[in-house]
Each structure stands twice: as structure tokens, then as C-alpha cells.
Design a protein around this ligand. Sequence first.
Ligand SMILES: [Zn+2]
Length: 325
Amino acid sequence: MPRHPTPTALAAAALAGLAALAAACGGTRGAAGGGADIVVTTPVLGDVVAEVVGDLATVEVLMPPGADPHAFQPSARQAVALTEADLVVTAGGGLEAGLADAVEAAHDAGVPVFEAVDHVDPLPAGAHEGDDGHALDDGHDHDVDPHVTTDALRMVEVVEALAGAVADEVPGIDRGALAARAAAYVEELRRVDRAMGAEIARIPADRRVLVTDHHVFGYLADRWGFRIVGAVVPSPTTEAAPSARHLDELARAVAEHDVPAIFVEAGRDDRLARTLAEEIGDVEVVELYGETLGEPGSGAATYLDMMRTNASRLADALAPEADGR
Ligand SMILES: [Zn+2]
């Protein structure tokens, strides 16, 4: 802890403590003092990394469940933890905008940084009108959609690459045991992908339409043939404000495409989406877990569970038997 912690740093540290507790059953340890072998930015990736390495290495996850990965700022202690890690794991592609400077500092200090987005067939960011992602000029690649975790099959590629990076960068790790754990987790990912396919099969092709809070489900849409009609915040980040004109256009598109639901991130401010849904009428607002884990008992406390929960909520909201249309 810094000697004179700011209230924000204190709150972040307290939340990080909760996150470490929540993740303890996933094999996470070493979050308090001493420095972790692997420091991971988001809870979603943190769960994946913890499952892959188990007790073979220590893992610290910087963001607590429910944190907005675009906005999260590290505490001073977390910034130090980044520079002391054997490996830093991030989504990349500009997702963790509030952490960019701290990750950059770790990289400059010689810490290897694994970016998930580098290991998949990437999609372009925010392929919609009003997307201001390209206007940002902070040295990061905003041309790529960073929300890779919404496709379980792409995560197979991420996990296989991750296992290699961990084996190379964490000194003395049991490579055989690591490879076995990674292979077992890849099987879990494939099983979840099949389970999602079975749920989404309930939705006819012409009803696979997505309106979301920001452009978070591009990879899921690509995997399962959803058409992205629009987003309340027409950007690959949450850190933008939609214009009144954009909201009018979105409302028209929702009505035109007979979209039955707007999907929002669980636990986030969804007032804009609810107002929009009320104005259009006969539109449901449904919570998904696009980039945050849920609390224990939410059905989305792990990556695998959040994917299953998302698929069944999508099917419940969009399948014709759900609303009798
Ligand atoms: Zn996002």
C-alpha cells in the first residue's frame, strides 16, 4: 500500500481484496504482498488464467468482478505488482484504457505482456456509424475489437497461446502439468461452445439481432450469425456519450427490425437503455455478462458459467416461443 493512499486507491484495494477472496477457489493465491507470478487485468481473463495454471503459479487479478474494464484505474500497489510480475496478461486492443500507462510501464521495465487479441483472428472495432474509436490517438490499436472473450472458440486459441507464454515466462513451472491443465480447459471451452450452440439454435436466423449497451458482442455475433443492429453507446468502449440523433436512429432501427430486447451489461448503469426501451415500447432490457463476471450465485461467477448464462438469456429473449411473436 502507498503511504498516503487516496480514497480511490483504498476503494480499489478493498475491492481487489474481495476479488482475491472470490477467486480463491479457482486456485488464486499470493495477491497480498510478495508479488504474483502472473498479473491479469480483467476478472474474466483472471478466471481463465487461474483455471489454466491452478496451483502451478500465483495469479493476481487487478479488477474486481463488475468493474468496467475500459474505465478501471490501478492503485499504486497494483501498478507496482505489474512491474514485478513474470508475465502480465491483458485483453489488449485498447480494452483496458485506464490501465494502459501502468501496463506500458511494466512492458518498458522488461515484463512480458500477453495480449489475448494478438492470438485470434481479429474483428474490426465498432463497425457502426458514430464510432469515435478511430479518433483516439494514444498509441494503441483501436482498429481491433478487443472483446475476444465473448467467443469461446476464439478463447481456445487464446488459451493455447497463453499456456505457451506461461511455460516460457514463469521460471521453474511444471510444464507437463501446465500442458495437461491447459488441454483440460480447452476441452471445457469446446464443451461450452457446443452448449451455447444448442441454446442459440432455438433462435431462428432472422431473429438473431443484437442491440447492446456498447459494441461488446462482435465476436459472439461473428461466431453465431447475429446481426448487430446497433448499440446505445456506438463505440467499442463505454467511455463515450451517445448523441440524441444517434438514439433516435437506434430507436428507429430497433422498431424497424422488430428487435424484442436490448442487452445491457449486468450491474452497470442501464438507465439510457431502459428509457430507450420504454420510448420504443414492447422491448425488454436483458442483462448479459459481456465483460464482467458476476458475484457467486449469479450464474456468471466463472468464465464458463457466464458464457452458458449469456447463451440461455439470448435464447430466452430472442426465440419466438419466448414472446409468442
Ligand atoms: Zn467493452
